[in-house]
Ligand binder design. Structure first.
Ligand SMILES: Cc1cc2nc3c(=O)[nH]c(=O)nc-3n(C[C@H](O)[C@H](O)[C@H](O)COP(=O)(O)O)c2cc1C
Length: 188
């Protein structure tokens, strides 16, 4: 697949086959992340690869988040939210957290966040090229104290920019875009 095909065909994937990604596969993909552009060579990214029991612990936190978002106090409704929350997370074959080192300098922090976003997209493109789908999630799990504690994220020093849910796609959704030609102003 050419880089143009990879960019244009990549889709966010929400449903995965149960097969996990090997550590070798994930490690090779993450080596593409660190080649993202980063101003002043800050290399502000860190990666958290979550499988097995740690994924179950995160799913328990996600369960609580989903129950907390439920408006009803009907125990049956809360039970469904709890179960669905847990099952959603454990159904993701591998979860990759990407963090950004914090900076006291607001401009540097903004640039570093941009670099980490580039790194995340490098990951999704490198994965897509080998048939692996991902979905970027910015759910409340990224800031929940129990989640950051489980993942040993020192929130004074770094923040979780997102989680990538990753695996081999069971289904690839369709998407549409407004063509760039409709969004472009050309100057001479
Ligand atoms: C910064 C960022 C955060 C996202 N967070 C979520 C999320 O929390 N939940 C979700 O379902 N999708 C999330 N997405 C995926 C977008 O919904 C998805 O990229 C969009 O629907 C376009 O689909 P495509 O990636 O297949 O082109 C996020 C994407 C980005 C770039």
């Amino acid at each position: 697949m050419s880089i143009v095909q990879t960019i244009r065909n990549r889709r966010s994937v929400y449903d995965f086959n149960p097969e996990s990604l090997t550590n070798e596969t994930v490690a090779a993909i993450l080596e593409c992340a660190v080649w993202a552009p980063n101003h002043k060579s800050t290399e502000p990214w860190r990666f958290l690869v979550v499988n097995g029991n740690t994924k179950k612990k995160l799913a328990d936190v996600y369960r609580k988040i989903q129950v907390g978002k439920t408006k009803s106090d009907d125990p049956a409704v809360l039970e469904i939210a709890s179960r669905k929350g847990y099952e959603k997370l454990v159904s993701k074959p591998t979860i990759i957290g990407i963090t950004c080192l914090k900076s006291d300098d607001a401009f540097r922090a903004r640039e570093d966040y941009a670099s980490v976003s580039c790194a995340i997209h490098n990951i999704t493109l490198a994965a897509w090229e080998q048939g692996i789908g991902m979905q970027w999630s910015t759910s409340a799990l990224t800031t929940h104290p129990e989640a950051t504690n489980i993942l040993k994220v020192d929130t004074a020093k770094e923040e979780i920019v997102g989680f990538l849910y990753a695996g081999y796609p069971a289904e690839v959704p369709d998407q549409t875009r407004i063509p760039a030609s409709k969004l472009t102003t050309w100057f001479e």
